[in-house]
Ligand binder design. Structure first.
Ligand SMILES: C[C@H](O)[C@H](O)[C@H]1CNC2=NC(N)=NC(=O)C2=N1
Length: 97
């Protein structure tokens, strides 16, 4: 599937709507850190993210230790940040209410 990498201008616009995410990798990715009460909460969250990722065929890069989860979103097919990452970030944010 072909996807367009966002321009610098577009990145700024979309990122302002995602205050909890920050640009990473020279603007080619966005990341957010999460902290839960314990591992069970963290892994439950990851399981829900995994189901969304599988449905959208858009997979996060992530790191987990105990109650902490760090998620990085980038679109490999676009070689950087695309609208797919923005939409995925919104879905992830929505899981947490
Ligand atoms: C072939 C398959 O559709 C692609 O490799 C998909 C799978 N999941 C993906 N996930 C992410 N994060 N970026 C991609 O470019 C991507 N591409």
């Amino acid at each position: 599937m072909s996807v367009e990498k966002l321009s610098e201008e577009e990145r700024k616009t979309w990122l302002s709507a995602l205050p909890k995410w920050s640009l990473a990798r020279d603007g080619d990715a966005i990341e957010r850190k999460f902290e839960f009460d314990d591992f069970s909460e963290a892994f439950g969250f990851m399981a829900r993210v995994a189901l969304i990722a599988e449905k959208r065929d858009h997979h996060p890069e992530w790191f987990n230790v105990y109650n902490k989860v760090e998620i990085t979103l980038t679109t490999h097919d676009a070689g950087g940040l695309s609208l797919r990452d923005v939409k995925m970030a919104r879905k992830i944010d929505a899981l947490l209410g």
